[in-house]
Write a protein that binds this ligand. Sequence first.
Ligand SMILES: Cc1ncc(COP(=O)(O)O)c(C=O)c1O
Length: 431
Amino acid sequence: MSLPVEAQPEPLEAQPPNVSDYDYSNFFYSTSDDPFAVLGPYNDWFERALPQGYYLFSQAMSTPPQGEINLTEGLERKQVRLINLSSYNYLGLSFRPEVIAAAKAALDRYGLGAAGSPILSGMMDIHVQLEEALAKFKLKEAAMVFPTGYSTNVGMIAGLMRPGDWVIADQNAHASIVDGAILSKANVRFFRHNNPADLERKLKHAAGKKLVAIEGVYSMDGDVCPLPELVAVAKKYGARIMLDEAHSAFVYGANGRGVAELYGLEDEVDIHIGTFSKALGGQGGYVAGPRSLYNYLKGFARSRVFSCALSPVVTAGVLKSLELAQAEPQLRDQLWDNVRYIRGLLDEAGVDVGESTSQVIPIMLRNDRRVFEICHKLLRAGIYLQPVIYPAVAKHRSRFRVSVSASHTREQLDAGVATLVHVLREERILV
Ligand SMILES: Cc1ncc(COP(=O)(O)O)c(C=O)c1O
């Protein structure tokens, strides 16, 4: 049967839908049996989104992640000089001369790579030194180094938890926690963000081995977990607690040992996780805890067993960063001065920063369509802020995320905020 001509729907290509109407959830599935069938629709979208500026990811930087950077911007593909409010590097250590010198010396001594898994030939004395220094710093029996923060969570959770067990994570937990939980094949449940009462509801219904996975500072919202309340609930139900301090280690606590130190709960947290890619300006991750956990993970954390050890060059750089982070508490003071300063400027202008209380400051737009348009404007106005959209955050919770560093100058923060506020006002996000 054919419809009369005037009732026929227009062919799709005659009415291309707006690229901004799509997000990744449109491209997960296809009806075909060919795995490549998902590629076509995504690439059609991608080819249109790129020139229209709806794909402002992976823009290449050609300078260290400092307060000002050079970048090949994603729209016109030209080099621009920008104020950088996007990089982690919270203590400004990635480009410290001492760190660079340590990495260079390691390159001369060991060459580029470890050329083996840490369980086999890849363990070098520099890795042992870093693990020992970390354990000492965290006041734990042992610390294990992983190639990335991502593989730390995946290896730790999947290494420890089994089908039939329970992983109960905060709903805003990082993808690496979620992926580790899925890989473990344990039962996975999420409790409402930072909500001890909801954690209790979830724990009540979980019989057997239980792991509660939370973060010190949440990576997209910049808020701190209510650790005492969460610990109390977890203990009540006999659950072990894993605290990912990716964004809080070396930043929080009188000695920089993180949110667990801040709350005086370092012994109550069973598993301490962190990364070297944030405050230490390097790469890699760690699990710190009892020696028995270390010994077990050595055999069972597959993301470490079946992966090459962290490059000795990076390992030596991170070891030096760790030393500087401990020897120079003024770096933390400088960071917190900058955090207070920029928060004051944002507050004065009435910018919506959600629930953040830390150096991770979301600039909430809550408008998934407009985040890219505004991002272009910011780029053209001279600031580098990355759009954060689904699936990194929930739909309709899009934002930019400011990362403050001890190495930002007041001039950079002033200029960055003035430009941001100007653009937000022009776009009527701010009145
Ligand atoms: C809470 C959290 N855990 C783990 C990771 C992964 O760390 P890495 O980037 O060092 O692999 C991140 C990265 O953003 C994170 O925010």
